[in-house]
Design a binder for this molecule. Sequence first.
Ligand code: TXA
Ligand code: MG
Length: 312
Amino acid sequence: MLVDINQTIALLKQGQVVAIPTETVYGLAADASNNEALRQIYAIKERPADNPLIVHIADASQVNEWAAEFPPLAQKLAKAFWPGPFTLVLPAKPHVSTIVRGNQPTVALRVPNHPVTLQLLKQSGLALAAPSANKFTQLSPTTAAHVAAGLGENVAVLDGGACKVGIESTIVSVKGDDWQLLRLGMVPESSIEALAGRPALKNQVNIPKVPGQHLLHYSPKTSIKLFGSREELVNFAETSQKKCAALLIGEGITPTCKHINLPKQAVLVAEQLYSVLHMMDNYQVELLLIETPPNAPEWLAILDRLGRAAYQ
Ligand code: TXA
Ligand code: MG
């Protein structure tokens, strides 16, 4: 069910959930200070309660309403990457609902870069908790139609067009001068490191991991098989007894199965990846064959999502 911005604000203020556009993926939003509304998010997504939510805010001036500390490094990163596909995990103020935090001592905050949702946040005065608007472990939605297909027509959706970034935000946890990369995204580690002036901490116990980083995630219903080279993929397609479809990075064809080509540019693949996977999932084939992009810095977030989507 499509709703406009005023209906969205009214529903959110009544404690209902609404799927909203962002530049990364659509989020299933609720008033971050309303526990009843937050519980609905977990129920609709069938998401485990220990998997915390990102709180979306209108600008960095609202960080102090949620975070107990906003250290200079975090301020610098917020200034560089907000609004944008970047989430900061900071120590939480005590009032922040344990439902939002999934019982963590921290809260995740993001200023999304989408005109409709920025207007929504400003006009409503609300902070919106919003995980991706899909069932737990399934493919994230990048259009309003994907939300309806995944969650059903009863969920209210504010249509803001197709998401431009296409994969979920980079998540960074900051404590004092230290930082840790919790989820790869299109803001690359090298840009964060350059601003921080020091590398990320690896596997520190005092900084929480992302509880939601399940190995099986972002998955279409059809099984996926990844291939490190085009030759292997084409050979497999020629000899396999299974009905396949292929996703190729760059030009070319697979003579024996239906295929889709994506341009060999990381930002363009990210933008279209979930849309293409949603589409291929509807082909009614037994197996999706995917050519993996090169193992280079700009492709890491895409390789991460493909690895999880293919995990059995
Ligand atoms: O791009 C995005 O980040 C999208 C859009 C809607 O903003 N949201 C999104 O939400 O991807 P979700 O719930 O699918 O993923 C959020 C991740 C989860 O893995 C969760 O565990 C982690 O953020 N997270 C949230 N709060 C956290 C916290 N306090 N500490 C550590 N990880 C946290
Ligand atoms: Mg998600």
